[in-house]
Design a binder for this molecule. Structure first.
Ligand code: 5GP
Ligand code: ZN
Length: 117
């Protein structure tokens, strides 16, 4: 399990920084975003440090699948599966990525516009 000592999400995984954790297994963690932009705003992360989609390879395929399946499960748990929800993976600075530890935003509980801003 790779780790970056300067990474804020690795620190959350290590419990050096607290977060409102809603789900945790050996491989994944999900917690409420500290600065929510929707009524429901969770972050789903792998416990292994991967900076972004750009750093993924075939060996991570199961992690990605597990993240999406967890998003589906949490959408149901938090009651947005029927109304609709949005999964976002910002990749790189121009797309708005600010934390360089792979994560899926699970957003729900309000209307979303398209195209995104
Ligand atoms: P990005 O901009 O990289 O796509 O998303 C990073 C997200 O992490 C942001 O929505 C930001 O609010 C959230 N975030 C940054 N630092 C922390 C933290 O220490 N705790 C929690 N719970 N969320 C954080
Ligand atoms: Zn990390």
């Amino acid at each position: 399990m790779s780790k970056d000592n300067n990474c804020i999400f690795c620190k959350i995984i290590d419990k050096q920084i607290s977060a409102n954790i809603v789900y945790e297994t050996n491989n994944l963690m999900a917690f409420h975003d500290a600065n929510p932009v929707a009524r429901l705003h969770l972050l789903i992360i792998p416990k292994t440090h991967v900076a972004s989609i750009n750093d993924l390879d075939e060996a991570h395929a199961h992690v990605i699948a597990d993240m999406i399946l967890l998003a589906k499960q949490l959408a149901r748990t938090f009651g947005v599966n029927e109304s609709g929800y949005r999964l976002v993976m910002n990749t790189g600075k121009q797309a708005g990525q600010s934390v360089f530890h792979l994560h899926v935003h699970l957003l729900g509980g309000r209307d979303f516009s398209w195209p995104p801003g």
